[in-house]
Every structure is written in C-alpha cells, then in structure tokens.
Design a binder for this molecule. Structure first.
Ligand code: F6R
Length: 245
C-alpha cells in the first residue's frame, strides 16, 4: 500500500482528479470504478473543469460504481445514479450508456441476485476496472462492505450497519424512507481492480485510516483488505492521517 499525505482536502481532490484524467488519457478504452459520498465530490468537480476546458474526453470511458441503494428508483434524488449524474455525468462528455451502477430498484431478491451476477459479468466483459476510486466509512467500510463482510465477497445484497444508516441520514428528509439495504461490489470484486485509489479527508476518518494501514488484515475493518493489493494508493489529508504512527 502506498500512502500519500497531503496538506489539504483540496490537494487530495486535485491529486485524485489528475490520476483519473491520466488514466482516461492513456487508455484507448478506459474503465473507471467510481464512488459516491462527500469525499469525491471535489475530485469530480476538478475532472469536470478539465473536461470542460478541453483537456480530456470521457467519450470512450466506461464506468462502474461501487454500489446502489436497494428499493429506490434511479430517478430518486438519493439514488446513487442521481448523485453521479448530478456531480459528474451530466457535466462531461461521457455516454450515459457506458455508465453502470448495480440495478437495485427492485425489492425482489431473486432479481437482485441476478442483477449482482450481471454486474460482475459486465465488469469482466469490459476488461476489468483500470482504476477504482474509493472512500472509507468511519467504521472502515469500502463500498457498502460493512465490518464482518467476507474478504472474499462479490457483488451482493448487503444490509447497512446502524452507523452507516446514521451517517447517511443527513441525505434524507425527516420521515422519508431510507433504505437499509444496498447492492454493492464485494471486497474481492474491488481487489480485482488493476489500480485502487482510496481518498480520506477529515479527522472523522482518522481512526478508520489507522486501522486500515496499521491494523491487522481483518473483516472487522474491510478497508484493511487493501493491504493485500499491490497497486493500492491511499491519499490522505493531514486530518485523516493524524493517528498514523
Ligand atoms: C460510496 C461508498 C462509501 C463511501 C464511504 C465514505 O459509493 O461506497 O463506501 O465511500 O461511506 O463516504 P463519505 O465520502 O461521504 O465520507
């Protein structure tokens, strides 16, 4: 694992955007793995700025997002499809047909299990993910792989932990239905990406970052699985790195 510590969250975003743009420029058919959440928003803004300035094109890029809530339609303002359109896809020259998120609107379990397998197949058919962008939960989750998730897990239905539901409450209006299940890439699915770039900013992530980098490899901290990946790069700001020895 390579660990890069920068001074500010803004520098983290710039670093991440540069790496995403470099991958898009270098490959004839780039495949990116993307994340939602607060952390990558400023990275996506930097990417948008570069594309709008004519410095890169996403015309040939395919994307796969980590996860999607189960039981809400992809037009729902809290769906991750909606998030990605709002913060990235609508502002760059990507073909929406090449953007993928797990199909999770159905509440039918058999259908969801099939959709999970289809997602795995689609990633394989695209040639695998060249660069997977990740955030980290305060409890060490990656994607929606919560603590105790199998390190060999594949794309599947996952119940969200109480702490994740609590952390995401801010995105739902009072009294609004908040999903407690998600369809998420598994830890093994993530580890198959050729390169991994995990971003962590802010002091709230400091304990999870310490467990990921200096703790044991354990399902109790899913992000610790990145210790096994030869090309995983963590980019942290000073606050997120504060507990590293
Ligand atoms: C998002 C995702 C999550 C987030 C994590 C951190 O697609 O899979 O694992 O990366 O919850 O979220 P933020 O960035 O909001 O702190």
């Amino acid at each position: 694992m390579r660990v890069i510590i920068l001074d500010t969250a803004n520098q983290v975003a710039q670093y991440a955007a540069d790496l995403l743009l470099e991958t898009v420029r270098k490959k004839s058919r780039p495949v990116l793995g993307l994340a939602t959440g607060s952390t990558p928003i400023s990275t996506y803004q930097q990417v948008i700025n570069a594309v709008q300035a004519g410095q890169a094109s996403f015309k040939n890029t395919t994307t796969f997002n980590l996860d999607e809530y189960i039981g809400i339609d992809d037009t729902h303002p809290q769906s991750y499809r909606h998030f990605m359109k709002h913060y990235l896809f609508n502002h760059i020259d990507i073909d929406l047909a090449n953007t993928h998120l797990p199909m999770a609107a159905s509440l039918d379990e058999t259908r969801l299990v099939e959709n999970a397998q289809d997602y795995e197949n689609a990633i394989q058919e695209a040639g695998g993910i060249d660069l997977q962008l990740l955030g980290i939960g305060e409890n060490g989750h990656i994607g929606f792989n919560e603590p105790t998730s199998s390190l060999r897990s594949r794309t599947r239905i996952k119940s969200l932990s109480e702490s994740t539901i609590e952390a995401n409450k801010r995105f739902f209006a009072d009294g609004e239905y908040q999903p407690h299940l998600a369809l998420t890439m598994g830890i093994e699915t993530i580890l198959e990406s050729k390169h991994i770039l995990l971003l962590a900013t802010g002091h709230k992530k400091a304990a999870a970052v310490k467990a990921m980098v200096e703790g044991p490899l354990t399902a109790m901290c899913p992000a610790s699985a990145l210790q096994q990946h030869a090309k995983a790069c963590l980019v942290l700001d000073q606050d997120a790195a504060a507990q590293l020895s």
